[in-house]
Structures are given as C-alpha cells and as structure tokens.
Ligand binder design. Structure first.
Ligand code: COA
Length: 372
C-alpha cells in the first residue's frame, strides 16, 4: 500500500514592519475606506532591507521542522514556491537548503504564482505517495513589496510579504493530503504578469524606464476568473477525496480579496464561519497566504486532528488548484532544535565548503573569478 503524506509541521514568518492603508494613502491616491470596502485589507507586512524571500523562508522552515520534531538532515526534498525569488537562479530552495543544513535534500523552486503552494504541496505529496521521498519541506515565501509599483494604486494596495512552511512526512496511517487538483489557462497570462527581466524582455535601461519589472494586472478580469474557479475547484477536490461539502470543517482559501472569498463560499453554500480569512492583516502574500492562514487557524484552535480541510487558490498563469486534507499533526514527539546554535554550526559548515571549493579552484587553475 502506498504511504500517506501527512502535514506534521508548520510555521510562518512575517516582517515586523506593518504598512497600514492610511500610510499607502499618503503615497498614492487612495483611502483606507476604499481599500477595506473593495478588498477587505487593512494592513500588510513589508520586509526590511536585511530580509528577503530566502530569510523569511528559512525562519518559517525552522519553526515547521521544530514542530515536526525533524532535523534538516532528515529532509529528502525542499520545494520553495515563490514569484519573487532571491534570483532567477540559483533557486531560492537551494539557498534555504544551505542555510538550514539539509545536507541530503534535493531542492528546487516552483513557480505557479499564487497557486504555487498548492501545486508544491501536491508535488511533494505525490513524491511521498510514490515512495521516493520520506520527508519533505514545502515553503511559500514572497517579498512582493520588491516587485510592485508603489505608484500604481491598483496593485500596490493588494500585496504583502511573508512566508509559510509545511513539513510533510510519509506514514502508513490513512490521512494527510488525500487529493489534489491543478489547473491552468495560459490564454489569460497577460491578465497578471511581471513582463521584464526574463528572456522575452531582458533587463535593459528601456525595460526599467517602462516599468516592466513591476507587477501588471487587469484587476477586473482576474476578479471574474477567481470567482468562477474557486468554488468549482473546491467541489472537484472534495469529490476526488470522497468528502461531502457538508463534511468540510474549514476551507482555507488564497487570501487575495474578501469579496472573492465570500463569492466562493456562496457558491459552495457554506457559511463564512467555515472559512479562514486573515487577509485584513497581511494582504495578499501570494503563495505564502495559504500556509500563513493555516498556521493561524491551528494556533487559534480552528483546526484539530481529524478535521477535513480544503486548500484552494488561484493566481497568475492563469493557474488554480485545490487540495483535500485530513489534518493529522506531528507524528514524532516534539523535539527542541535550538535554531540559533544550529544555524551557527550550519553557517560554519557552509563557509568551510566555500573555502574548500575556492582553494581547489585556485589549485587547479579554474577559479571562475580568473576569467580564463
Ligand atoms: N483607490 C481608489 N480608487 C481606486 C483604486 C484605489 N486603490 N484602485 C482602483 N480605483 C478606482 C478605479 O480607478 C476606478 O475608478 P473609475 O470608476 O473612476 O474609473 C474604480 O476604482 C473602479 O476600478 P476597478 O478596477 O473596476 O475596481 P474593482 O472593483 O475591480 O476593484 C480590485 C479593484 C483590484 C480591488 C479588484 O479588481 C480585485 O481585487 N481584483 C482581483 C485582484 C487579485 O486578486 N489579484 C491577485 C490575484 S492572485
């Protein structure tokens, strides 16, 4: 029998800096009232200069590992889902791998925009169910404040920074991630895009002048698409997992806009009490929004072992997807990890590896910095 993929650890990290609607109204022509009425958002977090997608990811990951009672060396796989990666390459997942000292893990980034965490969880759970991976770390992390145009009131009001992480582990006990749906429609790619900096429009003075390195969005069309797909994707995944809609204890949707979430819940004929919403405090953190909402739902007692959950999201691509989950909780005894001292040792190890590589390159005359 193939093993089940259980969510055994979870963690979140958000920057300390809170940016309120009122502060945004000092930058662009908008008001707190308009933003709250049209989106439900009150405030969002913004990364400080020394924070980035990787540092937020590492902080969330360490919390998830600690809860799961797992050490980083026990990980086989790390997937970082992000639309605001540290670099185009190397993958942010490899930076996380190095920072946490996951010496036996494969690591890669996955880009499916705001649906990314659902896609990544589905991929990791499939690897566990196929028997090729025992322990996986899935992270959604974003610093969208670095890629939004702070002069564009249609987009800058929406997004925020943050990260959330899940540890997935194989177990023969039934439960965990039971079904997943992934969908896409590239014909709507231009509705939400970051056009510059890729191979189509490599960075030049002109692309910067045209602002092509900022998020562009047709909000109205994205809104229409989102309200169309959210309830259907929830119904489809519930059917695939054998859940009745009335069985679902909590829906955890992508936190983009309260009106989109309310429309989805109406489409499901479910009351808002059975839906997790925390976008008023974080805005849309893209692929981090579902794990952040899940962590807060667990911490406030809204999720208990045995509960039936649906994660559902949509985003650029266009992409959308959903997962049906029977919540389990940690399967190992909680283990104290002392992240600070652990980090110190991992940093030393990483530095030693870099020094050895540099010495070898100098000895064999192929130092990349020699330009030979
Ligand atoms: N403050 C004040 N007025 C604003 C504004 C702002 N921040 N943004 C837009 N407006 C104005 C527009 O200029 C327009 O004015 P006009 O009627 O004088 O031309 C009016 O509000 C309506 O604009 P519209 O774009 O039609 O508003 P909307 O009701 O569609 O709401 C969004 C805009 C962005 C809130 C909404 O479209 C949305 O949430 N879309 C989905 C976006 C999303 O979730 N993206 C992420 C996907 S993962």
């Amino acid at each position: 029998m193939s093993p089940f993929a259980h969510i055994t650890g979870w963690g979140m990290a958000v920057p300390e800096r809170i940016l309120t609607n009122y502060e945004i109204s000092q930058i662009v022509d908008t008001t707190d009232e308009w933003i709250q009425k049209n989106t439900g958002i009150r405030e969002r977090r913004v990364a400080s200069e020394d924070q980035s997608t990787a540092t937020l990811a590492v902080d969330a990951a360490m919390k998830a590992l600690e809860l799961a009672g797992l050490s980083p060396e026990q990980l086989d796989l790390i997937i970082v889902s992000t639309s605001s990666p540290e670099y185009i390459f190397p993958a942010t997942a490899c930076i996380v791998q190095d920072h946490i000292g996951a010496t036996k893990a494969g690591a890669f980034d996955l880009l499916a925009a705001c649906s990314g965490f659902i896609y990544a969880l589905n991929m990791a759970s499939q690897a566990i169910r196929a028997g090729s991976v025992q322990n996986a770390l899935v992270i959604g992390s974003e610093t969208l404040s670095r890629i939004v145009n702070w002069k564009d009131r249609a987009t800058c009001i929406l997004f925020g920074d943050g990260a959330g992480a899940f540890v997935l582990q194989a177990s023969d006990t039934p439960g965990g991630i039971l079904a997943g749906i992934m969908r896409s429609d590239g014909s709507g790619g231009d509705l939400l895009a970051l056009p510059g900096g890729g191979s189509k429009h490599p960075a030049t003075l002109e692309t910067v002048e045209l602002g092509l390195h900022f998020v562009k969005m047709n909000g109205h069309e994205v809104f229409r698409f989102a309200t169309r797909v959210m309830s259907q994707a929830t119904k489809d995944v519930a059917a695939a997992a054998g859940f009745q809609i009335s069985d679902i204890n909590l829906v955890i949707p992508h936190q983009a806009n309260r009106r989109i979430i309310e429309a989805a819940m109406r489409g499901l004929d479910m009351p808002m009490e059975r839906c997790m919403v925390n976008l008023e405090r974080y805005g849309n953190t893209s692929t981090a929004s579902i794990p952040i909402a899940t962590v807060e739902a667990v911490e406030t007692g809204r999720i208990k072992p045995g509960d039936k959950l649906v994660f559902v999201g949509f985003g650029a691509g266009l992409t959308w997807g959903s997962l049906a989950v029977q919540w389990s909780g940690p399967i190992l005894p909680k283990r104290k990890m002392y992240p600070a001292s652990y980090h110190a040792w991992v940093r030393v190890r990483s530095l030693l590896l870099r020094i050895v590589r540099r010495v070898e390159a100098t000895l064999w005359g192929n130092d990349i910095n020699n330009n030979k």
